[in-house]
Design a protein around this ligand. Structure first.
Ligand SMILES: Nc1ncnc2c1ncn2[C@@H]1O[C@H](COP(=O)(O)OP(=O)(O)OP(=O)(O)O)[C@@H](O)[C@H]1O
Ligand SMILES: [Mg+2]
Length: 256
């Protein structure tokens, strides 16, 4: 296998809302084509970290490097260019309810490309087919199930063939079977798009099934307690909080 190539580097990152410290001393590297999981208990700052990684918030201290270029040491025009390679599905993730699935998925294409309406429609059909939603182009979000909504949000996130895909809790609220199907879909997309993927999730099954690497944030000490492949952390990390997080509830079926 080729040597991993660094894609996004988080360097000495401190994140704050006003004076309120959320996390500090964050250092980790997301390699190209990683499926990288941001883990930790509720309120520790996972969504906040994701929002820093996609350039929505500026670090209080430290750097976010994308392809070895610092997101906040470039002009805003260059930053916008760097961020165009990112596709995002937020935790609230909602599609626009007054638009059809085709219109929702087509929106980034309308905003960021000069494609003609017919070309947009063709691409939208392709993206919806990739997430198993062929034939649902003209449905409204209220007319499809929760699992289908998550897949439609995925289709919108991949509309511009992103280099990096970010998901905040992609399977939250789904039953275990649908959650597993969504994981499988993320794996398929990761392979077919060659994208790097960064995911916030609590779902242990997903964490063990799809991660290639992960970071664990702690709300109490306001810093990361571990970084590594979740199975390695399970076997070798002796931090009790990390162990409690990875061992809660159902254990992964098989551990090598
Ligand atoms: N816009 C904001 N302004 C001020 N504080 C915020 C804001 N967004 C989040 N916070 C606070 O920052 C902390 C981290 O929130 P964040 O949403 O990043 O956590 P999280 O790990 O994603 O939690 P969850 O697992 O519940 O989604 C929380 O204490 C939260 O109240
Ligand atoms: Mg969150």
């Amino acid at each position: 296998m080729a040597k991993p190539e660094s894609h996004i580097e988080v360097c000495d990152l401190t994140m704050k809302y006003g004076h309120k410290l959320i996390q500090q001393g964050l250092n980790f590297v997301v390699n190209r084509q990683d499926i990288f999981i941001l883990m930790g208990g509720s309120g520790c700052g996972k969504s906040t970290l994701l929002k820093h990684m996609i350039g929505l918030y500026e670090p209080a201290e430290g750097q976010i490097m994308v392809n070895r270029e610092s997101l906040w040491e470039v002009s805003s025009a260059r930053r916008r260019e760097m961020l165009q390679g990112f596709g995002v599905s937020y935790q609230a993730g909602a599609l626009v309810s007054s638009l059809t699935l085709a219109e929702n998925v087509g929106m980034p294409l309308e905003l960021y490309t000069d494609l003609a309406p017919r070309e947009i429609r063709e691409l939208v059909e392709l993206k919806l087919a990739m997430v198993g939603l062929s034939g649902f182009e003209d449905y409204y979000p209220s007319e499809i199930s929760g699992g289908m909504l998550k897949r439609a949000a995925l289709a919108r996130a991949i509309a511009l063939d992103p280099e990096v895909l970010f998901f905040d809790e992609p399977s939250a609220g789904l039953d275990p079977v649908s959650a597993r199907l969504l994981d499988d879909l993320i794996l398929e997309l990761s392979a077919s798009l060659n994208s790097t993927i960064v995911i916030v999730t609590h779902e242990l099954a997903s964490i063990f099934a799809i991660a290639t690497n992960a970071v664990f944030l702690d709300a109490e000490s306001k810093t990361m307690l571990a970084c590594g492949h979740p199975k390695d952390l399970l076997d070798h990390c002796d931090n009790p909080k990390v162990q409690r997080f990875l061992r809660r509830g159902e254990m992964p079926v098989k551990q090598n």
